[in-house]
Design a protein around this ligand. Structure first.
Ligand SMILES: [Zn+2]
Length: 55
């Protein structure tokens, strides 16, 4: 991607679909010991998926 508009989420990791985001969330949980604290959500700006931290 190049010359894309700057979204508030520009520095976030993006995923094409919910399944990918969920898979990444599980992996991130293992790596960062945030077990169960990451939840995928559909972004209103870029229409892709990101991971949010609960709390
Ligand atoms: Zn986004």
């Amino acid at each position: 991607m190049e010359e894309t508009p700057t979204f508030p989420c520009a520095d976030k990791i993006t995923f094409d679909d919910e399944k990918s985001a969920k898979t990444a969330a599980i992996v991130a949980d293992w790596q960062h010991e945030l077990a169960g604290n990451l939840v995928p959500y559909r972004c209103r700006y870029c229409s892709l998926w990101h991971l949010a931290t609960k709390n």
